[in-house]
Write a protein that binds this ligand. Sequence first.
Ligand SMILES: [Zn+2]
Length: 122
Amino acid sequence: LDREQSNDPLKLTQLRSRFETPRDRLTSADTLPKLRELHYGTPEHKAWSKLVVGRANGVCQCCGKVTKKLIADHLHERRDGGDPFDPANGKAVCWACHNTKTAAAKRARALGMPLNAPRGGR
Ligand SMILES: [Zn+2]
């Protein structure tokens, strides 16, 4: 009986949902299947994000715009080998800068030239 219980996937799901607020579950429902999105729900990421945004004092560290809506962004993205939880690897940016960077990074990757490629690559 014990073995059966520990293998029950339902139990895991129930345990998980207990840690999520109903709002979190709603907003993450669409992106949950993507593995990389799971990172953004971890307490480690939330703590990192809070620290990075908090120290920016409401100023975008990219364009200098004063805004209450800042996003913690990685200088070196995780997929490029950056440390996701290192405060030194983060900066707070406004939505406009974040979108611009995300679009540029996506374009660069499509061309095979990541924006944050390690130095000395050539
Ligand atoms: Zn900005």
